[in-house]
Design a protein around this ligand. Structure first.
Ligand SMILES: O=C(O)c1cc(=O)[nH]c(=O)n1[C@@H]1O[C@H](COP(=O)(O)O)[C@@H](O)[C@H]1O
Length: 231
């Protein structure tokens, strides 16, 4: 199993609330994920705040633009010293290759670079509206193949797709899966969920878990329980 597979998704609009939660968590048991909302509100300082508390950070900004712009954005993320960052695979092969090339100068200090395939919020019907006339699972495979061809480290996908993708793309190609719910926790707006042990057994390398930890009465206890369930 991957070392420290739990990525706690921080979705906060208040910096103090976010830092209070972070201070309750243990960097030996998890890594943290910051996305567009927090990065837009609090800027690179939040990255420094998190690093100074000893956590690895997944900077989840899902870049999607022309190759030159994305390459520069990914370099800027590397300059911040983040552990992982990402782009949208739908940005295309040239964009992903440019992003990968931009990280070469950082050697073994480069963040892991992954691509989002099809968001877990997208249905087959919504994909059709975009002109994608194949089921989401098929489109995910197509985008994952493109991601691997561009030399990226892996993809964000639904845990439901993990076993198929692992089989097709091999052990080294990392699968990062949101939509994870421990038994008994509220699904919220996630539809197709899996428990942490199920997701790992299906081939997930990293589990993105937000509200089951951040909204728990005792976040550290929630984290410890998940940690124990997959030990
Ligand atoms: O890229 C993501 O992290 C992501 C992709 C996706 O397809 N679905 C998805 O839910 N996410 C993120 O995963 C996290 C899930 O949080 P919870 O539903 O609270 O566990 C949120 O930060 C979402 O933005």
């Amino acid at each position: 199993m991957t070392n420290k597979p739990i990525l706690v998704a921080l979705d906060y609009d208040n910096r103090n609330d976010a830092l209070q939660l972070i201070d309750k968590l243990d960097p030996n048991m998890c890594r943290l994920k910051v996305g567009k909302e927090m990065f837009t509100l609090f800027g690179p300082q939040i990255v420094t705040d998190i690093h100074s508390r000893g956590f690895d950070l997944f900077l989840d900004l899902k870049f999607h633009d022309i190759p030159n712009t994305v390459a520069k954005a990914v370099s800027a993320a590397a300059e911040l010293g983040v552990w992982m960052t990402n782009v949208h695979a739908s940005g295309g092969l040239a964009m992903m290759e440019a992003a990968k090339r931009a990280l070469e100068q950082y050697g073994d200090k480069a963040p892991l670079l992954i691509a989002v395939t099809v968001l877990t919020s997208m249905s087959d019907d919504e994909l059709q509206l975009l002109g994608v006339n194949v089921p989401a699972a098929e489109h995910v495979q197509r985008l994952a193949a493109l991601t691997q061809r561009a030399g990226l480290d892996g993809v964000v996908c639904s845990a439901q797709e993990a076993s198929l993708l692992k089989e097709k793309f091999g052990h080294e190609f990392k699968l990062i899966t949101p939509g994870i719910r421990p038994i008994g926790s509220d699904k919220g707006d996630q539809h197709r969920v899996m428990t942490p042990p199920q997701a790992l057994a299906a081939g997930s390398d990293y589990l993105v878990i937000g509200r089951p930890i951040t909204k728990a009465f005792d976040p550290l206890k929630a984290l410890q329980e998940i940690h124990q369930s997959i030990a």
